[in-house]
Design a protein around this ligand. Sequence first.
Ligand code: ADP
Ligand code: MG
Ligand code: MG
Ligand code: MG
Length: 652
Amino acid sequence: MGLLSVGTPLEWKDTRNYAEHVRDNGTIQLINCFKAAINRNNDKFLWGDEVEYMLVKIDDDSKTAKLAIDKDYILTSLNEDGEHYQKALDSNVIFHPEYGRFMIEATPLKPYDGENLDDYLYVEKNMQLRRAISNNELDDSTIKPLTLTSFPRMGVEDFTFPKAEPNGNASKSLFLPDEIINRHVRFPTLTANIRRRRDQKVAINIPIYKDKFTKSIDPMIPKNRNLFPFSDNESTLGAAKPGHIYMDSMGFGMGSSCLQVTMQASNINEARYIYDSLVNIAPLMLSLTSAAPIFRGLLADQDVRWNVIAGAVDDRTPYERSEKPLQGHSEIGNTLSVESLQRIPKSRYDSVDQYLGDINNGEFNYFKSEYNDLNSPINEKVLKTLINNGFDQTLANHFAHLFIRDPIVIFNERLNQDNETETDHFENIQSTNWQTLRFKPPNQSAIPTNNKTPGWRVELRPMEISITDFENAAFADFSILLSRAILKYKPNFYLPISKVEENMKTAHVRDSTINCKFNFRVNVWNNSDSPIIRKLTLNEIFNGCDEFEGLISIVEKYINETFKDEKDKVNGKLSMYLKLVSYRSSGKIKTTAKFIRDFVINHKSYEHDSVVNDSINYDLIKILSDLSNYDHDIIKEFFGDEISKWMISNGY
Ligand code: ADP
Ligand code: MG
Ligand code: MG
Ligand code: MG
């Protein structure tokens, strides 16, 4: 999660005035990074995952489950200068702050080695340690760090412990108290400045799951609050759509959890190729890991978090979104002038808009410029500067697209930087462009001969977080092994990127994992031909079909060839990970989202009105918490016979 500078954030008006300063210097910093690292080569394939947790208080007396918002001290204790920092270091883990005060993020301290089989088998152990260490820090044994993608009752009545009221000035939300936001000033400022730029609260509308008694007008939206007069009536002016779950605050999105993996490529060309390949895989991984069927206490008619976060940080003005402003609100929000704006079809949190273009060390080149067919807006000035400094057109376009955004938070103390050694201005723009993939260049100290600093990295970001470490390790390993296989066998996954965009929408559909078809290029080995695109189910894409051998078989081939002398190790855990991917994509076992939805619908107190009441919420969280501890009865249902039998006989 970006930069946590110590200091004073500028007021929105000043942030606005310094936006160009940040972009200008950020561009120079980017150019300097490229100059330093462009020839860097032969970096090891290192990688790491990021897991996000919610601290949930499960109270068996009152039979409630709530987000614990006063336990963020554990981050202090487990970080540098903290009392228990050494514990984290000794276990090779590190904890990071996240948007929510009820959230923590944890990663391995040292990245894993992608060429070492033992490291793939160690990932889960490292994840277990993170859970155990954070759990041990808590002074209340009823609170657990759980890996939930969305907290079912976030934003309904008193969903926090301790209780807090939704009356905060940062978000002005009807539903979320500011006390759920991380205490670091960056986070409330982000929240407030997104609202200020739009001159309206964010407005997220997710289709509601229509059951027999579902109301099309949501009675839980307060209609007559008069605490923030300019904001409180937005829902009645059209911000809340009938038949939808309306959410009005950044926390609904940034307060959800996900699984990310970052990998280091050997050089920039390899990074560009792996990035572009994974752009096509990203929507598939989103669907496969579906885990978020409930928002604000209501069953949604979708299974994933993605568009909730996209809406939650959407700082575009009505003009930029090509929409009419709400009555009494401005078309250009709180920006300088309409001349300074362009139409922007997507939020700054969304799927990748442009391929980077592959140049595979001069050996081959699959990318065709017509694949970048979204016409996504760019910052012309940045484009020119980058081209003048030796960036090729496609790469320059990528960054020029990121630079259409304004910085949302600027720290007064960080206004003036040494562009030869610092990268905060570049990172300010880069780290608030939240796409399905992130291309992470090395910084200026990454001279070609110094492979100790991080090199060219690619981050895969679409996956939802799963309930167990077993699943999260499986999806992390699978993504990385697939990336390794891509680098080895060099398939061509390019689709026109508008087709990837369609897939991203499809991934939101309820039960898309088993019911929907995704655009997929089937002539992956006929490398420079035009794409032959078929609509395939995830089962066909992962497990194979007549036209395509299946992603899993490509991964298996890589494993069998690379680790041929370590068959015993491959046959245990790793093969179970592949089975999980296989069975989820075929529908043999349910997705997490389906498991949760079915649990709600079959609950004795569910009234077929889409409402997930306190008692359902409590029972659900209990089950998921027990599942995260591999309760044997629950894993049988959740993972099916084969995987659960293996788990039980292997000490889970
Ligand atoms: P961010 O939140 O910006 O994505 P984090 O520090 O939270 O960054 O996560 C970065 C991930 O990258 C971690 O899993 C870490 O282990 C991994 N990582 C660190 N250094 C390297 C490297 N040189 N190559 C690949 N991965 C790395
Ligand atoms: Mg994070
Ligand atoms: Mg992180
Ligand atoms: Mg990350």
